[in-house]
Every structure is written in C-alpha cells, then in structure tokens.
Design a protein around this ligand. Structure first.
Ligand code: SF4
Ligand code: SF4
Ligand code: SF4
Length: 260
C-alpha cells in the first residue's frame, strides 16, 4: 500500500513538473518572438548570399563546369578589352564545392571590375562553355537593391545605378515618393554589375546574386519590398536612420566583407 502511494505521488509530481516546464518553455518561445513593433525594425530586405557569377553566355552551371577546360582565354580577352572582370577560381575557394569549381572563370569583384558586356569572351571561348548570346539575353545574375541602405529609399536623391545600367529603362522601375525617385530592379536584369560599381555606397546598397539564388529567395525579397511600400516615409525613416542605424552600419560592413 505504502509502495503504491509513493509510486502515485511520484507520477503526479512528475506530471505537474512536466506541465510546468512545458508552460515555461512555451512562454520562453513566445518571449523570443519579436512583436509587431520589433518586427517593423528588422532591416530590409532579405538578400541571399553571393555565389559565383559566371561570364556572360555561360552554360547552366553543371554543364559549364563539365565543358570549361580552364584555359583562361576569357580572362585574357577581358584583360585585352580593358575590363579585367574575369578571374579563374583559386584553389580552396568555396570549400569542398570549390574543388569542382577550381580553375573555372567567374566575375571577381563587381565593385571595381564589372562586366562591360562587350561580348568578346563568348566569341573566343574554344569549348562553347561560354555561348555567343545577345546582350539583352545574358543571364549572369540578378541585381538586388538593399532598400535599408540605398540612398534613394532613405531620403536622398541618387539614381547612380540606373544611370550606369546598360539596359536602362527595360530594367529600372521607379516609385515616386515624397523623397523623389526610388529605384527597383525587375527580372530583366542581366547581372553585369555596372550598377554595383557606380553605387556611391561602395556597392553595398546593391548586390548581384546568381539567377538560381534569386529564384530561391525571390518571394521573400518581393514580400519585403511590398512591406516597405506599405510603410509611411516616417516609419521607413525610423527603421533606417532612427533606432536601427547601428544595425544598418554593421550590416553594411557584413556585406562589404562578403564581397572581398
Ligand atoms: S563580355 Fe567583355 S567585359 Fe564581360 S566578361 Fe566577357 S570580355 Fe569581360
Ligand atoms: S541592373 Fe545592374 S546588373 Fe542589372 S543589367 Fe543593370 S547594371 Fe547590369
Ligand atoms: S546607386 Fe546605390 S544608393 Fe544610389 S540609388 Fe542605386 S542602389 Fe541606391
């Protein structure tokens, strides 16, 4: 009997403790979730990590890596054309994945050396890893504006990116707010990176990602853009230059580190 009672007591105590723990951890979970006010201070928008941008006319990634023989002709052609945009992946870049990419050409740094779309490298590629393509059909990547950093979206007039873009009006859309023209880049972007070079924020407010990475994060990016459009200019100002400035500065540094 005494044994039976103490067993029941043990089960009851354990059950109460279990429920209490569950309630506490549930409270903890909810406590960790940002409320609406905190959420409105999260920097905009969601931009995926970089990825290697191939020269124009590159075959789809797997076929490109299988066809390219790392001869370096594209690197030399680009140098002769005075753009110096192409380099071959050094050994060790990109970890295990980098072993397969070793020696394959990519656009090394769009902030200083974007692709000028002269279209000479596909013409000279000996294997067809780079295919001759019309400029408008190039699909090297997709430029995404960081609305949290871009001058145009934060009270200043800029538009350097749209002026530098060789595709101009086909790609840039403008949203006229009380702060003037605010740029948005549509899916026709070819990914040359000329806009990155001319962004006065050292390219930090605009970033080219591969088309594949853009496909994966397109919905999140566009949702963030819609969220931004729905805000009043005062709300936007508070997010960027108000409480969140240190976070934005830190984010700018992170983006800068990613590029190098
Ligand atoms: S198209 Fe011209 S500028 Fe662009 S990577 Fe090829 S050679 Fe360089
Ligand atoms: S938006 Fe930028 S990356 Fe896209 S085509 Fe224009 S200049 Fe090139
Ligand atoms: S150049 Fe840079 S700061 Fe200027 S509008 Fe374009 S993304 Fe914004």
């Amino acid at each position: 009997m005494a044994l039976e009672l103490s067993r029941r007591h043990f089960i009851k105590t354990a059950a109460v403790a279990g429920i209490a723990t569950a309630i506490c951890s549930r409270r903890q979970i909810f406590a960790d979730e940002p409320d609406a006010a905190e959420q409105s201070m999260v920097p905009l928008p969601h931009i995926p990590a970089g990825g290697l941008i191939r020269p124009p006319g590159a075959l789809p990634e797997k076929a490109f890596l299988a066809t390219c023989i790392s001869c370096g002709v594209c690197v030399n052609v680009c140098h002769v054309m005075k753009y110096d945009a192409v380099a071959t992946s050094p050994f060790g870049k990109g970890g295990l994945r980098g072993i397969f990419e070793y020696g394959a050409p990519y656009i090394k740094d769009m902030r200083d050396f974007p692709c000028g779309l002269c279209m000479e490298c596909p013409e000279h590629c000996p294997t067809g890893a780079l295919q001759e393509t019309k400029k408008e059909d190039v699909a090297m990547g997709m430029a995404l504006i960081d609305f949290g950093l871009c001058f145009g979206w934060n009270g200043d007039v800029c538009l350097s990116c749209s002026k530098a873009c060789p595709m101009g009006g086909k790609i840039f859309e403008f949203y006229n707010g009380e702060w003037g023209n605010q740029p948005y880049i549509n899916d026709n972007c070819v990914g040359c990176g000329l806009c990155v070079k001319y962004c006065p924020l050292g390219g930090s407010a605009i970033k080219v990602v591969t088309k594949r990475q853009y496909e994966l994060s397109r919905t999140a990016y566009i949702n963030d853009f819609r969220r931004l459009l729905a805000m009043s200019s005062e709300e936007r100002y508070n997010i960027v230059y108000g409480q969140n400035l240190p976070g934005i500065m830190e984010r700018g540094k992170l983006i800068e580190r990613e590029y190098r």
